[in-house]
Design a protein around this ligand. Structure first.
Ligand code: PLP
Length: 283
């Protein structure tokens, strides 16, 4: 297995960064993550847009321009030949002389095998709990997942599968997923603020717009209690129905029709994207 590190493809167990890296010293860095299916990176342009935007906001230089970046990714995919996988692109604060200044970032591109959630998750749905927190610099995909990792114990003790962040009753997102509700009038709503703009969220909104009324707006915990359906979205999970929040059942406590329709539409969109990429390769 190869990892791309700064300028070279290196064997995974030889890919090392120095302890002076600002990611280790201060937790300073960004990353992005996308899926590869049948050796095709899905929705790559969306992820690259977000990666370069995160890097610019965090004052981290990306030495590879977009075309060079894509060539590197395709070469990595070819070398590793892991048809169903995820690619994580990490950009750190770099080897810092004093453990505080940003330096020349280290770029790490890592590919690992990836499975979708087990088949039981979509038909049953999940329970989530709430936690009061807003991510620092929410529109950037930083490497800071401290609260998400720290709340895992509380989540497991309460038999929940994820933790929904809110601040004074306004919900935002999960540590690694975006959030949607279907209201009693059939409209689809998703929080507009204090979120990472998920690529899956973007595609689900585009798909939902074709069939339903959508709103990007303030969503409160009370809205969730009153909702007919709720679900989360992410690159690795696609769409997962949520049937309980804290001790409250959502809707009739079963995955709803809108959620399941959007899941099928998303799977179809991914299929189209794979076909499109294959055609471009042939041409
Ligand atoms: C904080 C946060 N919100 C939302 C998401 C979902 O984004 P995407 O659909 O691009 O995976 C992620 C992904 O890891 C995330 O870290």
């Amino acid at each position: 297995m190869y990892i791309y590190l700064n300028t070279d493809f290196v064997e995974a167990d030889k890919a090392v960064v120095h302890v002076s890296d600002l990611a280790i010293q201060r937790g300073y860095g960004i990353f992005d993550f996308f899926r590869v299916m049948d050796n095709v990176p899905l929705f790559l342009e969306d992820y690259l847009d977000r990666f370069y935007a995160s890097a610019a906001t965090m004052r981290l230089d990306v030495v590879l321009d977009r075309e060079a970046f894509k060539s590197t990714l395709f070469e990595l995919i070819k070398r590793n030949n892991l048809p169903m996988s995820g690619i994580k692109v990490i950009l750190t604060g770099g080897n810092s002389p004093d453990g505080y200044q940003i330096s020349k970032p280290n770029l790490i591109i890592q590919q690992t095998a990836l499975k979708f959630p087990p088949d039981t998750v979509q038909p049953e749905g999940i329970k989530v709990i709430t936690h009061e927190y807003v991510r620092e610099i929410p529109n950037v995909k930083t490497i800071n997942y401290i609260t998400g990792i720290w709340t895992q114990k509380k989540m497991m003790e309460q038999g929940a599968a994820d933790v929904l962040y809110h601040m004074r009753g306004e919900v935002s997102e999960f540590p690694r997923c975006n959030f949607f509700v279907v209201k009693q009038d059939g409209t689809v709503s998703t929080p507009s603020q204090n979120i990472l703009h998920g690529v899956t969220r973007k595609h689900v909104l585009e798909l939902a717009k074709k069939k339903f009324t959508i709103n990007e707006e303030v969503v409160t915990v009370n809205d969730v209690h009153q909702a007919r359906e709720a679900f989360l979205t992410s690159t690795t999970k696609r769409i997962i129905p949520i049937v309980q929040i804290d001790d409250k059942r959502i809707g009739d406590g079963k995955p709803g029709a809108v959620t399941l329709t959007l899941l099928q539409d998303l799977i179809a969109l991914e299929r189209e994207e794979r076909e499109r990429s294959r055609l471009i390769k042939v041409l």
